[in-house]
Ligand binder design. Structure first.
Ligand code: NDP
Length: 286
């Protein structure tokens, strides 16, 4: 029976460390770390995420600035706000909650954020830095998954790692982080011919698909570490991962639950990135 990887606990310890370092940083420099969160429109899921991010900011001692803009905000108005925040020295991190309304091009908005304040690590400059392994920030969800893998004490080095999903925000950077730690990495997607075989070879399996319970017990290698990024809302309102948790628990050595696995890590890593941004800016005298 698999051991549970407790994302709530690991995330709490990341936040506690950020809080401690923030206190030290603020005492030494007099700078209060600031995170600006932009939300456009009234997507209820986005509202929950933004509220959670604000709460986490308070907990670690950051100031959070919320910009809640109406759904009809134009792209130019949003870009203007991003430029203002880029030049605001009390703001160290800028986050634009996705998805944006259809009339706004997400790529254009992300490209406008100063890469030094891009705490989501979505800007092409930061994406490129991750590729070459010389980065300031890691994208929050994959970085959180790495922390969870580390928490098991199992090394990635030399392991067969399979990532299911190749999105820019989870699958691709996840594969890169595993590669940086010398895993032998396979990336699967909707055109993968034999998903079961690819998964069964994995010592470390990361599922980031968005299909409830896609990964069944017979797709999992005995003793594998299973990280389930999926957050799928079932018709009964319950949250469910991409992995069939009951079946997978019979085979895996370690597994993340949904909820309470990867989810809490994403915000904890956002706090870590924001502190890093503030420290980097302070070091450059900005
Ligand atoms: P995307 O929809 O952007 O990407 C999904 C990926 O899964 C694509 O690469 C797609 O392949 C692949 N895929 C879809 N169906 C299959 C299939 N049947 N077999 C194999 N691969 C398949 O999703 P995200 O990466 O943004 O998110 C993935 C999941 O993670 C979602 O449930 C999301 O809610 C969750 N998530 C959770 C976060 C957290 O904090 N816990 C943060 C971000 C996401 P193709 O490229 O070929 O289309």
């Amino acid at each position: 029976m698999a051991k549970l990887i407790n994302g709530k606990e690991v995330a709490a310890s990341v936040r506690a460390k950020v809080k401690e370092e923030t206190e030290k940083f603020t005492n030494e420099t007099g700078i209060q770390v600031g995170l600006a969160v932009i939300i456009v429109g009234d997507n209820p899921a986005s509202r929950i995420y933004v509220n959670n991010k604000k709460k986490a900011c308070e907990e670690v001692g950051f100031k959070s600035y919320e910009y809640a803009l109406p759904a009809e905000t134009t792209q130019d108005e949003l870009l203007e706000l991003v430029r203002t925040l880029n030049n605001d020295e009390t703001v160290h991190g800028i986050l634009c909650q996705l998805p944006l309304p259809a009339h706004i091009d997400e790529k254009t908005v992300i490209n406008e954020i100063n890469p030094e304040k891009d705490v989501d690590a979505f800007h092409p400059v930061n994406v490129g830095k991750i590729m070459i392994g010389d980065y300031n920030f890691l994208p929050c969800t994959p970085a959180g998954c790495m922390e969870l893998i580390h928490s098991t004490g199992i090394s990635v080095k030399g392991k067969n790692c399979t990532v299911v999903g190749r999105s820019n925000i989870v699958g691709k950077p996840m594969a890169m982080l595993l590669l940086h730690e010398s895993g032998t990495v396979t990336v699967c997607h909707s055109k993968t011919v034999d998903l079961k075989e690819e998964c069964k070879r994995a010592d470390i399996l990361v599922a980031a698909v968005g299909v409830p319970k896609l990964i069944k017990g017979d797709m999992i290698k005995e003793g594998a570490v299973v990280i389930d990024v999926g957050m799928n809302r079932l018709p009964d309102g319950k949250l469910c991962g991409d992995v069939d948790f009951e079946q997978a628990s019979e085979k895996a050595s370690y597994i993340t639950p949904v909820p309470g696995g990867v989810g809490p890590m994403t915000i904890a890593m956002l706090m870590k990135n924001t502190l890093t941004a503030a420290k980097n800016m302070a070091a450059k005298g900005k």
